[in-house]
Design a protein around this ligand. Structure first.
Ligand code: PXP
Length: 248
């Protein structure tokens, strides 16, 4: 075991379930299997349009999980009420657009400081650890601290996309930015998480960053589970994270 936690995002088990509108595959069963496979936490994004995770899934996760739940939500009144009802271990605030396929960019914390500060305060008072999902941008890190977030989750999507496209110069430049910002965030007393788009090919350099304490990974693991099963797919991610950690 290392000091780097793995949060397994189970949204896309629900995506497959909802493709038929039925009851399977069951995201709760996936969450319990992920726990057994060594996940340190489960992440689920309750989107405004409920395209994957449903309200009933959140009820179920809160009831059955032995590891912490990280609930991802947009900063809306409806989601704040839901989060305050469940009081999950962690709440991650993400930007949300109905037309997007996935969470495309980071949260504009700097432009919405007042609103976000009011959104975050009651969640913190309820005992939730609050994070904001941001791009590698110093202004957003500074704003995250001002609005009262305890954690930043750095968006690794751009880094992963550059890798996939084979643009290794841009990938390495993005990794540099993420590295610098992780260090900077720690100097502000913020905990640092990272995630989005991570795969077996891209996880190592992120796991190597000593300031990063948690990775949240979903889509790739759930896809890989089709070929090797969920438990081996998670175990391999865990192994690579540990390898990255040892390379520090
Ligand atoms: N972290 C956050 C804040 C996210 O919104 C997502 C996607 O829902 C992830 C991590 C996981 O991304 P992926 O499914 O691409 O691994």
């Amino acid at each position: 075991m290392t000091d780097l936690r793995l949060g397994v995002n189970i949204d896309h088990v629900a995506t497959v379930r909802n493709a038929r509108g039925g009851a399977y595959p069951d995201p709760l069963r996936a969450a319990k299997l992920a726990e057994d496979a060594g996940a340190d936490g489960i992440t689920a994004h309750l989107r405004e349009d409920r395209r994957h995770i449903s309200d009933a899934d959140i009820d179920g996760l809160m009831a059955v999980l032995d590891v912490p739940l990280n609930l991802e939500i947009a900063a809306t009144k409806e989601m704040q009420v839901i989060a305050l009802r469940h009081k999950p271990h962690a709440v991650c605030i993400v930007p949300e657009k109905r037309e997007e396929l996935t969470t495309e960019g980071g949260l504009e914390v700097a432009h919405e400081e007042n609103r976000l500060a009011h959104f975050i305060a009651p969640l913190r008072d309820a005992g939730c650890k609050v994070s904001v999902f941001i791009a590698a941008d110093k202004r957003q890190v500074e704003a995250a601290q001002r609005v009262g977030a305890q954690v930043i989750e750095l968006h690794t999507g751009a880094y992963c996309d550059f890798h996939t496209k084979g643009d290794f110069a841009a990938r390495d430049a993005e990794l540099q930015k993420l590295t610098k910002l992780a260090t900077f965030a720690r100097t502000l007393g913020l905990e640092v998480h990272a995630g989005h788009g991570l795969t077996y090919d891209t996880v190592l350099p992120i796991a190597r960053l000593p300031e990063v304490q948690e990775l949240n990974i979903g889509h790739f693991i759930i896809g890989e589970a089709i070929f090797r099963g969920l438990t081996p797919a998670i175990s391999e991610m865990r192994r690579l994270m540990d390898e990255g950690r040892d390379l520090r």
